[in-house]
Design a binder for this molecule. Structure first.
Ligand SMILES: [Cu+2]
Length: 167
């Protein structure tokens, strides 16, 4: 079971996902050669305050299966079910640990549809390998939803989804 410790002031940044100033949270030593733009990062303080840190990358089944996981080495397709308290503000960090130079995102949706509007504006930037992004949102209605990677073909063709349960 996932224990979600909700601290009072999770994220006070002004909604600018690129405003990180500190070191990247990743332990990975080399930046991706494909990361052309300014890498998205989160500060160590943001990382420490996050309720959930989710990894995305290749599932062990191989290149054709993307997925999500709570640990680098435990990425699966579908990803793990995320259970959160309904009505409480939640901060999630997404880290892309792909070895295949593939960008991904994290989007909460009502139905498994790559073109669906994100619920509660719960959508990270599209992040390249070795990047991270942080989002804060409030799932205000109990229910079973989904999280997906909304890049074309990633959910439908590569299994990049999981259940998101607000209870
Ligand atoms: Cu993806």
């Amino acid at each position: 079971m996932l224990t979600v410790a909700l601290m009072a002031t999770a994220c006070a940044s002004g909604g600018d996902g690129t405003s990180a100033t500190g070191a990247t949270p990743t332990q990975r030593p080399e930046p991706s050669p494909t990361a052309q733009s300014t890498p998205l990062t989160v500060t160590p303080e943001e990382l420490a305050s996050a309720d959930i840190v989710l990894m995305t990358g290749e599932a062990p089944q191989g290149f054709d299966n993307g997925g999500f996981g709570f640990e680098d080495e435990e990425i699966s397709s579908p990803g793990p079910t995320i259970r959160v308290p309904a009505g409480e503000t939640l901060t999630i960090v997404l880290r892309n640990v792909s070895d295949e130079f593939i960008p991904h995102d994290f989007t909460v949706v009502r139905k498994k549809d790559e073109s669906a509007e994100p619920l509660w504006e719960a959508q990270t930037e599209t992040i390249d390998p070795d990047e991270a992004d942080i989002i804060t949102f409030t799932p205000d209605a109990p229910g079973t939803y989904f999280y997906i990677c909304s890049l074309s073909g990633h959910m439908s063709g590569h299994g990049m989804w999981g259940r998101f349960v607000a209870e």
